[in-house]
Design a protein around this ligand. Sequence first.
Ligand SMILES: C[S@@+](CC[C@H](N)C(=O)[O-])C[C@H]1O[C@@H](n2cnc3c(N)ncnc32)[C@H](O)[C@@H]1O
Length: 450
Amino acid sequence: LISVGADPSYLRLKNQLIASTGLAFYADRDNELTELIGQRLSDLRLCDCSSYSQFLADSAGGAAEMDVLIARLTIGETSFFRDPEQFAAIRDIILPDIFERKQSSKQLRIWSAGCSTGAEPYSLAILMARELAERIAGWDIGIHATDLNRDFLARAAEGKFRAWTLRSAADEVKRECFSHEGHTWTIHPRYKQWISFRQMNLAAREFSNPLGEDARFDLILCRNVMIYFSPEINRRLIGQFHQSLEDYGWLVVGSSEHNPENYKNFSSVDASGARIYQKRPAKLAALEMATEPQVQPRPAPEPKPREKPRIEAPRERDRTDLEELRQLADRGDWQSASEYGQRLLAGDRLNPEIHFFLALVFENLGMVDEPERSLRQALYLDRNFALAHYHLGLALKRDGQMAGAARSFGNVLKVLNGIPDETAVMAGRGITAISLKELSKMHQEQSAGS
Ligand SMILES: C[S@@+](CC[C@H](N)C(=O)[O-])C[C@H]1O[C@@H](n2cnc3c(N)ncnc32)[C@H](O)[C@@H]1O
């Protein structure tokens, strides 16, 4: 191998590659990069980085060579229903909200940005076709899936997966949605009908909305992609996603990609362990700045009581106060939410819901003991508060207290035993008993197994 690291043009080539792919991840991975470039130089019989830069930029084969590099530089780790809490939030909060708001056009546009080999868009198609068949009847649905890596896209279009990619999919999903031979699982063609795959570079300076300049999406997923990019590119990208969304459209990012600064033009909503973002229209955001705190973002609608009765009727007197607290939290204004919540609590110490919301606020403020203390207080006041048991389980699991976590998830199952599946759980913003039970079972197994 040619010694690339010592080549005076290496640094320029490296910076060019990072700039054109967005993959700042390689800024401190010189070993991997120099090994790859060394191999390409010897395969192409080129003598140094500067002739390789020229080859990439000028020759007819430059674009194809760039694809070879991209195939080696991108990391396509993905799986069906990865981060199940996010899929529960999509099913229970995001899609019902969109169905509600777009009744008249019945048009649903989703963008899976950085879709890798397709597990993400196919999971969405499976979720809608299997679990929301009645709701989507008559709807015009498009799932636009894009990625930088053409090999991944070709594999996605083919729809063949190894068993490992299906490790989080339920057995009946595997049975009903795939055929398989040996270790290869092929998705049934009916789940391809809404999806189109297209190559697109999210780091390109000229951002192209895959639907066209003026079109807008209802939901954008860009999960586990921005971890590889620089903070500057991410800021720009999130701004571009905001522009590409309908007013009140939704953005779902990877579970480690929450930097509150980046999402200040969105309302953030916490649902079953997932944080999701809803676009605040630019006009409203500007108004808010001028008139805070009177103008509030429009929250996701609660499910209609006729469809999903609550376990416990809300105490009307507290409703507006709690809604106010919730909206402060949704805007990510955790400090004000904390102050407001504590004022509410001073006047109503025995209200379990205030303790519960405060716990979520404390958690977002990065406090260590307070969230658990508030959740225990909520549960002391109401043993049947399923979502408080659930969040206590999540907190204990995060702390590595697995036995306690498993007990808390078990308590959720006890409390919800016998409650009809479609019932909305208290303080859950439309989360149904069945989805909370499923999530709790999953966490209970994980906690008990470790
Ligand atoms: C770890 S995978 C995530 C796949 C999927 N979103 C998920 O969460 O399961 C990251 C994907 O981002 C893609 N990617 C990396 N840089 C990109 C860029 N500049 N533009 C578009 N996609 C990119 C990679 O090719 C890869 O498929």
